[in-house]
Design a protein around this ligand. Structure first.
Ligand code: GDP
Length: 476
């Protein structure tokens, strides 16, 4: 029973156990036990047994032979009022490598089995405590590496995206009910449903799905971060700017050209979008082998960038930089093309050489840049403006980032919503063109509902019938 490969993650009859905190040296470690036998298994080991659910209790945890393993705080949960919806126990033990491991071992010896990765959350979904979107958000929250990702994951965990998807699904079911009513009760006194009403409802759903789908780009940026690449000739101050922006020294800063051999990446946290700042090795052509590797890395980063910071400390290096960027972006992606990667021209070291507004404007033109910002890594001047310009430039391509509306953050979400949208559009075309009889065209609406249900993991076909009778009061 304790053999992991033989376990079935869908089998809810087993009681599972795991250490919920990272193993290693820490003040505390949490052991989680959940399943139908959780209480029976733990009762022989936990003294005194907590008489009240959801109340922390100081206990002694022993092994099966009665030897004490720890003084722990234990919280008992009674089904269905627990994370997984099952009987459960959380043991807040002392940390370190031994205590939690021996407690887990004692619980396994009494019949629990080791949980698989994510199995507690999976059970929460199977027992209807969380939907799949919320379960995903749990993972996203734990994995979040920026405040923006944390904010979006929390909103999703709170059910924001689920509610939006459910509302859209309800609208689709309402539309389905309208069509069904039209088919089933054509002789009703009120007459058939006006085609304009069905069309208007369809268009409204198309608009709503469209605007939800439009959040996918922002969602991806928030989750994965927007890559912002520092480019420029050696010694213009890229590494110094990289460090100044991050507020800490992670890159090697040197005044010997070509010392930054490879690209260095770090995440710059902003409220709206995590910026994955990449310091490249410079873009000049060179015969030196190591430098060449640097140039290649630079080129591959440049091609994938959301924004390029074209750095120069004076007008002299601009021509070479522009030529290098043109080359790095590859044939057919000319710098002036609207779908090319946007460039912000950054004039560095303004504490040494102040740049006049005319000079800045000229370098913006020369680089076909969306903006030009003067900065000093030395004094910090211009850094905030630069970050604001980066966020502005990213948002201009992705749509609003700082929105309270839920975002689609995964490819799975994007796929489901675009599938639903395609189906509703298909229905509209077929139905409006009277190409298909209404019941056949309505199949597309059912498919759209199914796509959204796949997204949240909810399926209940009966609901459409409820909807028909609730709306039209024909249940006689
Ligand atoms: P990179 O090769 O483009 O990464 O350039 P570095 O960041 O290594 O900087 C090259 C030299 O310029 C170093 O000596 C830095 O100390 C200096 N430097 C960089 N930024 C500034 C700045 O804003 N002001 C001043 N005064 N010096 C700077």
């Amino acid at each position: 029973m304790n053999n992991l490969s033989a376990t079935n993650p869908l089998d809810l009859s087993e009681t599972i156990v795991a250490q919920a905190t990272a193993p290693g040296s820490s003040a505390l470690a949490i052991v989680r036990l959940a399943g139908p036998d959780a209480h029976a298994i733990a009762q022989g080991l936990v003294h005194p047994w907590p008489s009240t659910p959801r109340v922390a209790r100081l206990v002694t945890v022993s092994d099966g032979q009665g030897a004490a393993l720890d003084q722990s705080i234990v919280i008992r949960y009674d089904a269905p009022a627990s994370f997984t919806g099952e009987d459960a126990l959380e043991i807040v033990a002392h940390g370190g490598l031994v205590v939690a491991t021996t407690i887990v071992g004692a619980l396994i010896a009494r019949g629990a089995r080791m949980a698989r990765p994510g199995e507690f959350t999976r059970r929460a979904v199977l027992n209807g405590k969380l939907d799949i979107l919320q379960a995903e958000a749990t993972g996203d929250l734990i994995a979040s590496n920026s405040r923006a990702a944390q904010r979006v994951a929390l909103r999703q965990l709170d059910g924001g995206l689920s509610r939006r998807v459910l509302a859209l699904r309800d609208e689709l079911i309402g539309l389905e009910a309208l069509i069904a009513y039209d088919i089933d009760f054509p002789e009703e006194d009120d007459g058939p449903i006006a085609p304009a009403r069905i069309l208007a409802a369809t268009d409204q759903i198309i608009r709503a799905l469209d605007s939800l789908l439009a959040t996918a780009r922002a969602g991806e940026l928030v989750r994965q971060g927007a890559m912002v690449v520092l480019a420029g000739a050696p010694n213009v101050g890229k590494s110094s700017l990289f460090n100044a922006l991050l507020g800490e020294s992670r890159a090697i800063v040197t005044d010997i050209p070509g010392t930054t051999r490879d690209a260095i990446e770090a995440v710059l946290d902003t409220d709206t979008v995590p910026i994955r700042l990449v310091d490249t090795a410079g873009l000049r052509q060179t015969a030196d082998r190591v430098e060449k590797i640097g140039v290649e890395v630079s080129e591959s980063y440049v091609a994938r960038a959301a924004v390029i910071l074209a750095c120069s400390d004076g007008p002299s290096s601009l021509d070479a930089l522009r030529a290098a960027l043109d080359g790095a972006r590859g044939p057919g992606t000319g710098i002036d093309e609207p779908n090319g990667v946007p460039i912000i021209s950054v004039r560095t070291k303004i504490d040494l050489h102040a740049a006049s507004p005319e000079e800045l404007a000229a370098s913006a033109r020369q680089m076909s840049a969306v903006e030009t910002i003067g900065v000093s890594a030395e004094t910090g001047e211009g850094l905030e403006s630069l970050i604001a310009a980066i966020v502005r430039t990213i948002a201009s391509r992705s749509g609003p980032l700082e929105t309270d509306a839920p975002l689609l953050t995964q490819e799975r979400h994007r796929y489901a919503v675009s599938r639903a949208l395609d189906e509703v559009r298909e229905f509209r075309d077929r139905w409006q063109g009277a190409e298909l009889p209404a019941p056949v065209a309505a199949v597309h609406i059912r498919e759209a509902v199914r796509a959204l249900e796949d997204l949240i993991g909810a399926v209940d076909i009966e609901e459409i019938f409820d909807e028909v009778f609730r709306r039209f009061c024909v249940g006689k």
